[in-house]
Design a protein around this ligand. Structure first.
Ligand code: IVH
Length: 703
């Protein structure tokens, strides 16, 4: 590497020119020909040298410089697309009994009688990547990845090269609706996957672990000619925003998709009831090995669309569909070591380091051992040969030890009672409800524990939390290590501190950085000075508050101030806040306890004060602001006859109302059926508006 600190300007220019040329050539080899000539590390070194040079001689930066061109960093190269209708995931059933329970839930929700049959549409669950294809007046205009379900990446150009993706729709039974978003799975056939890997081996290019990874790697290419050359396919199975739905059943819409020119999976079929659906699962499981593409289970959807509509959604998945995955694949290997990882909440998780082994086409070298009890129960030891299992994308598990292969001198694994990172005591909490010891041992170090602090920061910036582009796990670790970022607020003061006169090492001078990268990072951070309420709540990493609960809380409190004030002082107000929180459907005692504890902690309040001095939190935007019940609190009581209580509740929430279990001064409506008792009495005393079920339905019908 040239010593750029002593380079005369003319030489700098020549060096820059030659570096830029080399990088451009390697970019073509890598991105367009899939045949890199140098290792990633060597390539990175070239780029670092170029960036360092530009840092010292800013006049060398031109729009043609590799530092200015997109096309090398696919993760940042795609535009974002907000889905008009969120792209959801599916709930899972793990046995036939769970499928039957799913059917019962559907029946209960819809209030069906014993003679009503529920027909299901059974579809193979394709192991690929879901995509949303938007058609306007029958022409393909935009395609996007699922992303986080709300916002995906614009991959229109790449999708144009996918086989089975019609660019213009043919007329079906009726004209094609003006607006129609078709959803489905992009995948690669096993044969194309093998051919691709063979070609990659020949070229010394990247080898993919399985067809799904190959499809993902091929789809998210900035150079769309690569995608087009990779033979990707598409099965259509769902839809997003549409101006009209062409059918009354899932099966009818898919038949229309076929007429429009899509490929729908030929193995999908209508099952008259759940027993037939279970039979369909068995048949697909048998067929699985003979198919030329990977399926990882079967998806069951209520066939009638009016029922789908009524069933609606629970947080991130529909109530009208469920997936039943095929059993996982297994293999035997050796445990070389057992390491203890410390997570965001201090949980000590044992991880088995394995002698690498291939399970269902993927090389596995780690498996989770869950917790101390699990190790003791299975008596897992270092040096043991074990049976491991991999299901889907989750981290593999250790199923059992082969005792006949255990070395004679083996000793039981001793689980540490101190945190391996900070040395604090690691204890098991007593569960208040059951009085029993928790199975998980946790480090008591809190934020003095480096592992917990770093994991919390990683969570804070992660995709479903603040989603700061370019500030990933590695950088958080490095910034933490160097004392640059120790608490969330530090992220937002980073630029100021970096520019301050006494700043020790400027970020742009760090390895792998440069002017451009540093300013990109600051821009990405500045972009997050306004944080949506639900994202902030999730980002705080409070135990038991995942994305679903964070949204519930946001919807309930609407502003961060309201949430914080409710739990501000210990004592009367917070007890009231606690009780009303428990009344919020979906929030259980564990979550409510965790919130109360979080706000009771002085350090957390300080952290929030600091953070809120730098950022603003945007209030929650209720889903349907103009509905007459948006933001109102309603209580249902008595025998309700027109709809099941569950459906009434779901409808109310969809229209932005809060459903509570008890009547208080804050209640806006009491919907009372027959035999309404004490709640009706209390509502009358408090002057709460009381409606019959019919009056309620008329009121919400106004929307
Ligand atoms: S329906 C609202 N049908 O599975 C329902 N999903 O676990 C949305 N998938 O993200 C999904 N085959 O990527 C549906 N026949 C099928 C599917 C399928 C594969 C994937 C899809 C989705 C994931 C959910």
């Amino acid at each position: 590497m040239t010593d750029i600190n002593h380079l005369p300007a003319a030489e700098a220019k020549a060096t820059h020119h030659s570096l830029a040329k080399k990088i451009a050539a390697h970019d073509i080899a890598y991105y367009q020909k899939d045949a890199p000539k140098i290792s990633d590390a060597e390539y990175d070194a070239l780029r670092r040298e170029l960036l360092a040079l530009e840092d010292r001689f800013p006049e060398l930066v031109s729009s043609q410089s590799p530092s200015q061109k997109v096309g090398v960093s696919p993760a940042r190269g795609f535009g974002k697309v907000r889905h008009k209708v969120p792209m959801l995931s599916l709930d899972n059933a793990f046995s036939n009994d769970e499928l039957r329970e799913f059917e019962s839930r559907v029946r209960r929700f819809l209030g069906l009688g014993p003679s009503d049959e529920v027909a299901f549409f059974a579809e193979p669950k394709i192991d690929g990547l879901s995509a949303n294809l938007r058609y306007e007046k029958g022409a393909f205009v935009q395609g996007a990845t699922r992303g986080d379900g709300q916002v995906g990446e614009d991959i229109t150009g790449n999708l144009r090269g996918v086989t089975d993706l019609p660019l213009n729709l043919k007329t079906g039974n009726g004209p094609v609706p003006d607006i129609f978003e078709v959803r489905g799975e992009v995948y690669m056939s096993d044969e194309d996957f093998r051919a691709l890997n063979a070609a990659q081996t020949e070229k010394g290019g990247k080898i993919f672990a399985n067809p799904r990874n190959a499809a993902a790697g091929s789809l998210r290419q900035l150079d769309i000619s690569i995608t087009a050359a990779r033979k990707l396919r598409f099965f259509a199975y769902a839809w997003g925003e549409v101006s009209e739905v062409p059918g009354e059943r899932q099966s009818e819409v898919l038949a229309e998709f076929k007429r429009w020119g899509f490929t729908v999976n030929p193995l999908s079929r209508v099952c008259a009831n759940m027993e037939e659906a279970i039979d369909a699962y068995r048949k697909l499981e048998e067929l699985r090995a003979t198919l030329d593409y990977d399926i990882d289970g079967v998806v069951f959807k209520v066939d009638r669309l009016d029922w789908q509509q009524r069933l609606g959604f629970v947080s991130r998945s529909p109530r009208w569909a469920i997936a039943h995955k095929f059993p996982a694949e297994q293999a035997s290997t050796l445990i070389e070591d057992i390491e203890i990882q410390v997570g965001r909440t201090g949980a000590l998780t044992p991880v088995a380091r394995l002698h690498p082994v291939t399970v269902g086409g993927v090389v596995v070298s780690n498996a989770t051992l869950h917790n101390e009890d699990e190790i003791a129960r299975k008596d897992v030891r270092i040096g043991d040969t074990v049976l491991i299992q991999r299901a889907g994308d989750v981290i593999p598990q250790v199923l059992q030890v082969s005792l006949d292969k255990r070395p004679a001198d083996s000793k039981p694994f001793e689980f540490p009672t101190h945190c391996p990172v900070c040395g604090s005591h690691a204890t098991k909490e007593i569960n208040e409800a059951t009085g029993k010891e928790d199975v998980i041992r946790r480090c008591t170090g809190g934020l003095i524990c480096r592992a917990q602090a770093v994991e919390r920061l990683k969570h804070f910036v992660s995709r479903n939390a603040l989603d700061i582009d370019g500030l990933g796990a590695k950088l958080i670790e490095a910034f933490y290590e160097d004392g640059l970022v120790r608490s969330p607020v530090d992220i937002f003061t980073l630029e100021k501190r970096d520019a301050a006169p006494g700043s020790l090492q400027r970020i742009k001078n760090r390895e792998g950085f440069g002017d451009k990268a540093a300013s990109n990072l600051f821009a990405a951070i500045n972009d997050r000075h306004e944080i949506p309420l639900d994202r902030l709540i999730y980002a705080l990493g409070i135990r038991h508050i995942g994305q679903g609960n964070a949204r519930l809380l946001a919807r309930y409190y609407l502003s961060f101030e309201a949430l914080r004030t409710a739990f501000a002082q210990p004592g009367a107000t917070s007890d009231e806040a606690y009780a009303s929180l428990l009344d919020t459907d979906g929030i259980g005692t564990a979550a409510a306890d965790a919130i109360r504890e979080f706000f009771a902690e002085e350090k957390n309040q300080q952290m929030l004060d600091d953070l809120l001095a730098e950022v603003t939190v945007t209030d929650f935007d209720p889903p349907q602001k103009d509905s007459p019940i948006a933001g109102k609190t309603v209580v249902f009581t008595g025998t309700l006859e027109l709809m099941t209580r569950q459906e009434l509740k779901a409808n109310a929430e969809k229209l932005g109302a809060k459903v509570s279990g008890s009547v208080s001064a804050k209640t806006d409506f009491l919907v009372a059926g027959e035999k309404a008792g004490s709640k009706l009495k209390k509502a009358n005393e408090l002057g709460v508006r009381v409606l019959t079920e019919q009056q309620w339905l008329d009121l919400i019908d106004e929307t």
